[in-house]
Design a protein around this ligand. Structure first.
Ligand code: GTP
Ligand code: MG
Length: 245
């Protein structure tokens, strides 16, 4: 099952945001209209390439998942989520990083415009699915951050891999980055609540700190539960398969 976390590209939102930015500049908006349209078209073209890369990665993962079902009667992937970063957040991130607001700048600097989250049943599944995907000869691994081996200080765990995926357009192959976050159900359960707490700004500071501490304890407990359940699962299903650490 794949959950699309976002609707398709929305040109109205893009035009509104760019129109607003242009209207805040010194030159009259009318003088800039051609440039604005070029920029809109450029972002749209590029977003469609990101969308293609995101679909390619999800299809590869679905194929791996069904192969595991057929060969081992086991579903490593519980479900997937995927999303394209909204134009609003792309522009916001470029502004925050003080980077030029251009398509080239997005391509050179943002690696999470296309994102796929792979929620697996067990930790072994996370590594086997990630290793099999990373080993495919038509895609490249650009960056790996293993927050499972090295959890973040707040307790966050997940395996992040940025892949470069060839998207074949009329002009040839365009290698496009996709950020894939591999995690277990328990890691996802934890990350959702931590994310909600992070954006809950109207809590008193002491309450916030107390909840963060509790969440850190929860992360450790979940990790223990996961290890125990993984052991049972290995015993029931035999030793780990090739490709697993
Ligand atoms: P930015 O994308 O600029 O933040 O930097 P980065 O790509 O180097 O960050 P990183 O790979 O560490 O994390 C990228 C994504 O992972 C975030 O957008 C979140 O979806 C997720 N993530 C990272 N850290 C946390 C965390 O502490 N809590 C939660 N809930 N999610 C996190
Ligand atoms: Mg990111």
């Amino acid at each position: 099952m794949i959950l699309d976390r976002q609707s398709r590209i929305n040109t109205t939102e893009l035009r509104t945001r760019l129109g607003l930015m242009l209207s805040q500049m010194d030159q009259p908006f009318a003088d800039m209209q051609d440039d604005a349209v070029d920029l809109v078209t450029g972002f749209l073209d590029q977003l469609q390439v990101y969308e293609g890369a995101m679909y390619e990665i999800s299809t590869k993962l679905e194929i791996l998942d069904s192969e595991f079902q057929v060969q081992f009667s086991h579903d490593p992937i519980h479900h997937m989520e995927r999303r394209l970063k909204s134009i609003e957040s792309i522009l916001g991130k470029l502004e925050r990083k003080e980077l030029p607001i251009t398509v080239q700048s997005m391509r050179d600097n943002l690696f999470d415009v296309a994102g796929v989250r792979v929620i697996c049943n067990y930790r072994d599944d996370v590594y086997s699915v990630a290793n099999y995907l990373s080993g495919q000869s038509d895609i490249q691994v650009l960056r790996v951050k293993d927050y499972i081996q090295h959890p973040k200080q707040n307790g966050y765990r997940s395996l992040h891999v940025i892949y470069a995926v060839p998207v074949f357009l009329s002009s040839g192959a365009h290698y496009t980055p996709v950020e894939v976050q591999f995690r277990t159900i328990a890691m996802d359960y934890w990350a959702s609540l931590e994310h909600a707490l992070r954006y809950k700004t109207d809590l008193p500071d002491d309450k916030h700190a107390e909840h963060s501490q509790t969440l850190l304890d929860c992360a450790r407990s979940l990790q223990n539960v996961e290890t125990q359940m993984q052991t049972i699962h290995r015993d029931i299903n035999g030793a780990p398969r090739a490709g697993e650490p």
